[in-house]
Design a protein around this ligand. Structure first.
Ligand SMILES: CC(C)(COP(=O)(O)OP(=O)(O)OC[C@H]1O[C@@H](n2cnc3c(N)ncnc32)[C@H](O)[C@@H]1OP(=O)(O)O)[C@@H](O)C(=O)NCCC(=O)NCCS
Length: 163
């Protein structure tokens, strides 16, 4: 049975739109997670141009984020990151499907994203979520030893969980 102490220890998690004030916390997480992080300017540009930018808020702290562009019937998941302390609780999946649901409501028919072949956790998440590999971009990413390819994934938005 949960005690009052357990209840207090459980933070309130919610997704909310990213604000300009979140960018410093987002950048801190980005740098902690990725060996080749996006710059602060990229995040500010994503907000400025109106991309769909969300944070996972844990009691007022940024614990993750997701960024998606939409246009011409397609959405592109540009960044999806859950802080290490919050992983393997289904939150990345929830963030992903929240973005895909928003894209479909906005009239998008397909979703695309790229992943490093070395990122087996992300590949497992996307394949479990119904994404299919459709191609490879050679030398797409910076890497410790030169460049790394990107696997391109696509998913039709005709069926989403909860339909
Ligand atoms: C990839 C990432 C977003 C997954 O977030 P998460 O909240 O841990 O994912 P979930 O708990 O929703 O996982 C859902 C399913 O995806 C798969 N999965 C997720 N992470 C996995 C891992 N590290 N290894 C194997 N499978 C994994 C599993 O099937 C998992 O279901 P299960 O836990 O019931 O087995 C997170 O690890 C992350 O932020 N990584 C660093 C940033 C990154 O690489 N982003 C993707 C860039 S393309």
């Amino acid at each position: 049975m949960a005690t009052a102490t357990d209840d207090l220890a459980m933070p309130e998690l919610r997704f909310r739109p990213m604000a300009a004030d979140d960018v410093s916390a987002v950048i801190a997480l980005e740098h902690a997670v990725y060996p080749f992080p996006w710059s602060e300017q990229i995040f500010r540009d994503c907000l400025r141009v109106g991309y769909d930018c969300w944070v996972l808020d844990a009691d007022g702290s940024v614990a993750g984020y997701g960024i998606m562009s939409m246009g011409a019937g397609e959405c592109h998941i540009l960044n999806l990151c859950i802080g290490p302390a919050w992983r393997r609780r289904g939150i990345g999946r929830r963030m992903l499907f929240m973005l895909l649901t928003r894209a479909r409501r906005a009239g998008m028919q397909h979703a695309f994203l790229e992943v490093r072949p070395s990122n087996s956790g992300a590949m497992a998440l996307y394949e479990e979520a119904g994404f299919e590999r459709i191609g490879l971009r050679r030398g797409y990413y910076q890497a410790a030893a030169g460049r790394e390819d990107a696997i391109v994934y696509r998913r039709a938005l005709d069926f989403l969980p909860g339909d």
